[in-house]
Design a protein around this ligand. Structure first.
Ligand SMILES: [Zn+2]
Length: 295
């Protein structure tokens, strides 16, 4: 068994053998809602949660196979960072405009013991959810890699607008991904400012692929999952294909302890084999039904 505090590197390693094939442990919404009943819950959410807020899920059915920039590439030199920030600057407008959907609101009503999200969009918090762990960080914060100072993305956005006038407007039609990145090619002239405090390198405060999720964040999630065992609790996964180990390990942990695991997602997930019930449904519809049942 993996020790909970062992560093966990976020890597992409899995794709379903047959994304459209039948899923093991298939159940309908009513069956899964009834299985969850009034049990104490830990909920893990992914990109499928925010598609109804206009943020596309680039791993969802039919999505093209694109690889996000890795941490190693980001820190390798100024050119990849220029490319990252140029694309992210264009995508930020849509990320910033996104608002919570009915699924986010229903989940805030359900008020689980802990809500772990792989999303960096901040929409659970905006919907009023309490006790949220943003496993992969927040796209609306910026961190300096040299002095660790945190700052607001809004402030950096204004500086980027000043330094690159008209750039975002020229790429309005570019496609946005859940991490706020977009497909933009002419990034060579994009100007990225250094840290205000020390002149160091600025990075969005999100966990990149190839980067370690902070151990204290992981520990808080494991503690909540482990506490389910004593309280006849359950784990619900909503809108994640569980491709990355950073989320999958909580599913395996809950299943191993004998807690029911319900996985709601459009398309097969890497956790289907150990799930008690898998539901082929959108997050919003399912969470509405769950909130109504738990009233
Ligand atoms: Zn700094």
């Amino acid at each position: 068994m993996t020790a909970p505090l062992q560093p966990q590197v976020r890597v992409r390693t899995w794709r379903p053998a047959d994304p459209h094939g039948p899923r093991p442990h298939a159940a309908d919404t009513d069956e899964a809602v009834s299985l969850l009943g009034d049990r104490p819950l830990v909920v893990l959410t992914g990109a499928g949660m925010s598609t109804d807020s206009g943020i596309p899920d680039y791993r969802g059915p039919g999505a093209p196979d694109r690889t996000p920039m890795t941490y190693q590439e980001f820190v390798s030199g100024p050119v990849p960072r220029q490319r990252y920030w140029a694309r992210s600057h264009v995508g930020w407008r849509r990320m910033r405009a996104a608002v919570p959907n009915d699924g986010h609101r229903a989940l805030a009503e359900v008020d689980p013991g802990l809500l772990v999200t792989q999303n960096v969009d901040g929409l659970h918090e905006a919907a009023g959810s309490r006790r949220v762990v943003a496993l992969h960080g927040r796209i609306d914060e910026v961190v300096c890699l040299d002095c660790d100072t945190l700052s607001a993305r809004v402030a950096l956005h204004e500086r980027l607008e000043e330094l690159n006038p008209g750039y975002a407007d020229r790429h309005l039609t570019a496609e946005t991904r859940p991490d706020g990145d977009v497909e933009v090619d002419d990034t060579a002239g994009f100007v990225v400012p250094p840290c205000d405090v020390c002149g160091g390198v600025l990075k969005p405060h999100v966990v990149f692929f190839g980067e370690t999720v902070p151990p204290e964040r992981v520990a808080r999630c494991f503690d909540a999952v482990d506490a389910l065992a004593d309280r006849d609790g359950a784990l619900l996964v909503a809108g994640s294909s569980l491709t990355v180990m950073s989320g999958l390990r909580f599913v395996r942990r809950a299943a191993k302890a004998g807690n029911p695991v319900v996985v709601v997602n459009r398309g097969a997930t890497r956790g289907d084999d150990v799930a008690t019930a898998t539901v082929e449904a959108g997050c919003t519809d399912f969470l509405r039904a769950l909130a109504a049942a738990r009233g």
